[in-house]
Design a protein around this ligand. Structure first.
Ligand SMILES: [Zn+2]
Length: 449
């Protein structure tokens, strides 16, 4: 008996050491993982991020039940590279999806693939051509549904919610990973009359919130001033409020079916939106905070409610964190495991780290701008002009005062770190040929001119 007991202890110790080495001891009670991305959702337009308008009661309530990351960044200011990073845990320079004529290289491992190998059933319901099977982001999702987006949509995307709920109910006895993507907040800025009535004040100008008009502004065919920008913000906020109501419907249905218990739930976004802060509109061109600062809320079994994490993190950290919490081995990724932060610990390696932004879009050339954030310091760099700018996000969160002339030492230090990142050599992303219909579709959504 003693010998058998000894062997048992040895076996248990061996098992523990394996688990310890991999660093992924599952949190108790995680039956399913649901990752929700709300396209184009600025963090600073949500109540839980300090916005004073009532745009987000459901998300605020969710944040109170879980952990909110106050300083989460997207690695890119537009949909395709940002989501590719969210679904692979690596920077755009590594996965290579920086333009619409690229396909995810087979060498890049995905979050869905890791969950599948870990015994999870995987599915995605997406509402953007950028996430359609075209670019390879459907890899290792066993069920993948692309619901076509319409720029002029006024009704909430109930189909996304309904399909997501159907799938979870159908597979409720399995361990699940589900990715849900909503496009409602993205332009055109349109929502149902009751939401517009709540946020849109009388306005005499011609700004209508359509992508087509915003693109015309970009091309210099029309002028927009501060009153127009304020009206666009009103339309956008009405859309955020409508989206929040749809999120509430999703969460209530899960709750009513007893499916919220045991669910590790993440709500985030891929990038923000500009309303003339730098003289522009839409997104994709700069690395400023109105583009990169995204919401990130994590709710799950064994996570304390109402915790707020001030440490800067990135969307590239989400995959490793979800895998770690679920006890699934993660492939090599650029992102970090944020589990310590979720539990209120702040290890040094998560504080003293570089967080990069890259892969801009719709500039004269793609992928010109770069940013590097280290603590509260943020460096902007233009690859073509070699121009740099430095901001202190602690005292200047809107990035209005460039400190680069005042603090040349900090610029030099951050440039050195950025140069090292720029040496990152990706696996070449294989090209894909776009059909005329696809090109027209991208044009109508504002992705190409
Ligand atoms: Zn997007």
């Amino acid at each position: 008996l003693k010998a058998r007991l000894g062997l048992g202890i040895l076996a248990a110790a061996a098992l523990l050491s394996v688990v310890g080495l991999r660093g992924c001891r599952p949190e108790p009670g995680i039956a399913r993982v649901v990752l929700v991305s709300i396209d184009t959702l600025r963090a600073d337009h949500l109540g839980c991020y300090g916005y004073t308008r009532p745009t987000s009661p459901a998300l605020d309530d969710l944040a109170a039940k879980g952990v909110l990351f106050e300083q989460a960044s997207s690695p890119s200011p537009w949909t395709l590279p940002a989501h590719a990073s969210l679904l692979t845990g690596v920077y755009p320079s590594r996965h290579g999806l920086k333009a619409h004529d690229r396909h995810l290289p087979s060498s890049v491992r995905t979050l869905a693939g890791a969950f599948m190998r870990g015994g999870f059933r995987t599915a995605a319901v997406v509402n953007s051509n950028n996430l359609g099977p075209r670019f390879g982001l459907d890899r290792r999702f066993q069920d993948y549904l692309y619901v076509e987006e319409r720029p002029d949509q006024r009704e909430p995307s109930t189909r996304i919610t309904d399909q997501a709920l159907d799938w979870i109910r159908q597979h409720r006895r399995r361990r699940l990973f589900l990715f849900v993507h909503y496009y409602d907040v993205h332009s055109d800025y349109r929502s149902r009359p009751e939401f517009e009535a709540e946020f849109v004040t009388p306005y005499r100008g011609s700004a209508d919130g359509t992508t087509a008009q915003l693109m015309a502004f970009r091309e210099g065919k029309l002028r927009l001033g501060p009153a127009d920008a304020a009206h666009l913000v009103n339309l956008y906020d009405a859309g955020v409020r409508q989206m929040d109501a749809e999120l509430a419907r999703f969460l209530t249905a899960l709750q009513d079916d007893g499916l919220l218990e045991g669910t590790l739930l993440v709500v985030t976004s891929d990038h923000g939106e500009e309303f003339l802060e730098r003289g522009g509109v839409l997104h994709g061109r700069t690395q400023f905070q109105e583009m990169l600062h995204v919401p990130l809320v994590v709710v799950g079994p064994a996570l304390a409610g109402g915790r707020r994490v001030a440490t800067p993190v990135s969307l590239i950290d989400v995959p490793r964190t979800l895998l770690s919490l679920s006890g699934v081995e993660a492939p090599r990724m650029d992102g970090e495991d944020l589990t310590p932060l979720l539990h209120g610990r702040t290890p040094r390696h998560l504080v003293e780290r570089d967080i990069f932004g890259e892969a801009d879009h719709n500039n004269q050339e793609h992928d010109i701008t770069r940013s590097l954030r280290r603590g509260a310091s943020k460096l902007h760099f233009d690859r073509l002009t070699q121009a740099t700018a430095l901001y202190d996000l602690a005292s200047d969160p809107k990035e209005l005062t460039d400190l680069s002339l005042r603090d040349a030492g900090a610029v030099a230090e951050l440039r050195k770190r950025l140069d090292r990142f720029l040496e990152l050599r990706p696996e070449p992303a294989p090209p894909v040929r776009l059909s005329p219909e696809e090109i027209e579709k991208l044009r109508s959504l504002g992705y190409i001119r």
